[in-house]
Design a protein around this ligand. Structure first.
Ligand code: MSP
Length: 511
């Protein structure tokens, strides 16, 4: 059984922003962790290419939608390479395979008697690609997310009988682990308790979409089409029975990690669509918070959009990952503050973790001929071994409950404790007496060993820094020994050579 994790399929109206980078980094970290503990992982990301928003963006640029989508999809692809994202699938909803999945799915839903023709009237936000049912809707009301006016629509559409699934959806959303975090779950329970309305799944005024097989002048509503991208990502490239193939490919997803604004689609509409088509529903939908910048919503009009690629080229991957993972509790909103970013990276990565490695390995090199000490155990109680064991246990528990900030904090605490152990024991004073040599060896071995474990624990969080730390200790990660076995105390080889030192993380300057 595979562990299937998905990011949202990002709209290609623009290149990736900090929000999309955030979700993708979190998914990447979870996917890496699951692989390390031995699970077979399918990590899906991709792009959502159809709909009115994309059609209009292409028209504004004066190019064909397909040309526009090819361009931006490629930018997403390159972007994830630059961020060293470890996804297994990149799905484009303009692909032929996806169209076949959508058509097959539609036939199933139709067979269940869940499609009918009706009239859709209402206020529509093109940015959200969603009809809005707020009481304050009007031609002058602006969508709070996109700051754009709503548009009035009145047209004949095909509808999906969502109302039929009221009871089943209530059961699903009340399951203890289906929606996280709990505040989001309550919002959805509230929404569903007001009664589910059928929703329209086709458009007659949007040409850039998948044509509905039995209604040539209709294209599928972009959300009906896009959610199915998760399924087409894992259905093999044949012409029929694609939905069955997706089950062999790993369906249902274990977790859809998405932003809070699109929870309704994933936790209500999507499960109902799947039940109607006789398919399994995802196991979990996790709605994370929104990122702001220096306390303000990011927006082009405010001129405060933070380009993630500038951050990447200026600071590198690890610092940005650390800030986004460790400083924001997954599920809560988070704020990107330049000064705080610099302080956190300098304190946590440079001063605490980097410095720990530098000082211990340089003591070991100096006193033990560029080697790990060849000590024999003399201290009866190994405090650091005990602390490391607890940190490893907590770290697994936090990762498994998607508390990535706390997992990162667990690594940091171990580094803080290791520095304290070093300061308390003061090997630089002990070494002055020849008789103290055995105990100095043991202290230095313990600190190096704890640093090795810190390096390994960083692997799913900060893959680059992790491999730098481990190669500085000469303990290069071996694929054949399972990662969690390598987290056991005492595996650093005594008397082994320590490679030439080189800095693993640079201090940042606040401009
Ligand atoms: N195409 C749909 C998703 C379809 S999934 C089958 C979509 N795309 S999006 O590009 O507009 O949004 C992608 C994700 O970015 C969403 O999860 C959204 O919540 C998230 N974010 C948009 N702005 C954000 C922030 N400022 N901060 C964090 N995430 C934010 O919706």
């Amino acid at each position: 059984m595979s562990f299937v994790i998905t990011t949202p399929l990002y709209y290609v109206n623009d290149k990736p922003h900090l929000g999309s980078v955030y979700t993708t980094i979190i998914c990447d970290s979870i996917a890496r962790y699951k692989r390390l503990v031995g699970e077979e992982v399918i990590f899906i990301t991709g792009v959502d290419e159809h709909g009115l928003k994309i059609q209009r963006t292409a028209i504004e640029k004066g190019i064909e939608p397909k040309t526009h989508c090819d361009e931006i999809s490629e930018i997403f692809n390159i972007n994830w390479k630059n961020w060293d994202i470890s996804h297994d699938k990149f799905i484009r909803t303009s692909s032929k395979n996806h169209e076949l999945v959508v058509n097959e799915f539609y036939e199933r839903v139709k067979k269940s008697g869940d499609i009918y023709m009706g009239v859709q009237k209402g206020w529509y936000c093109v940015g959200c690609e969603e009809f809005k049912d707020n009481p304050e809707n009007s031609a002058t009301y602006k969508c709070p997310i996109h700051q754009k006016n709503l548009e009035w629509k009145n047209e004949e559409n095909l509808f999906f009988r969502l109302s039929k699934y009221q009871k089943q959806i209530e059961e699903i959303i009340n399951k203890p682990t289906f929606i996280e975090p709990v505040e989001r779950k309550n919002e959805i329970i509230n929404f569903v308790s007001r009664g589910l309305n059928d929703f329209s799944i086709s458009r007659t005024n949007v040409s850039w979409g998948i044509t509905v097989p039995d209604h040539d002048n209709h294209t599928f509503y972009v959300w009906f089409d896009a959610l199915l991208g998760y399924v087409s990502a894992i259905s093999s490239n044949t012409k029929e029975n694609l939905l069955e193939k997706s089950i062999n490919g790993g369906w249902p997803a274990d977790i859809h990690l998405i932003g809070k604004d699109i929870l309704r689609f994933h936790a209500v509409y999507w499960p109902a669509m799947l039940i109607s088509a006789g398919m399994k529903v995802p196991k979990k939908v996790f709605g994370h918070g929104f990122l702001t910048r220096e306390g303000q919503k990011m927006g082009k009009s405010l001129g405060n959009v933070l380009d993630p690629n500038l951050l990447l080229s200026k600071y590198g991957n690890d610092p940005v990952r650390w800030y986004l993972i460790k400083d924001i509790s997954l599920g809560n909103d988070g704020d990107f503050q330049d000064k705080r970013f610099v302080d956190i990276i300098n304190n946590d990565l440079a001063n605490t973790i980097g410095n720990l490695l530098n000082r211990t390995s340089s003591m070991s090199r100096k006193w033990f001929d560029n080697k790990v000490p060849d000590n024999e155990k003399i201290l009866c109680e190994n405090k650091l071994e005990h602390l490391a064991k607890i940190s490893v246990e907590n770290y697994h528990e936090k990762f498994n409950s998607y508390k990535l900030d706390l997992a990162a904090n667990e690594v940091l605490s171990l580094a803080i404790n290791t520095n304290l152990y070093l300061n308390d024991n003061q090997p630089w004073l002990l070494i002055k007496e020849k008789d103290n040599l055995p105990i100095v060896k043991e202290i230095i071995y313990n600190v190096l060993e704890s640093t090795r474990i810190i390096g390994l624990l960083l692997q799913p969080l900060l893959p680059e820094l992790s491999s730098k730390i481990n190669s500085q200790l000469g303990s290069i990660y071996k694929k054949e020994v399972p990662w969690d076995q390598q987290l056991k105390w005492g595996l650093l080889i005594r008397n082994s050579n320590l490679p030439k030192p080189s800095p693993v993380i640079n201090k940042l300057e606040y401009e």
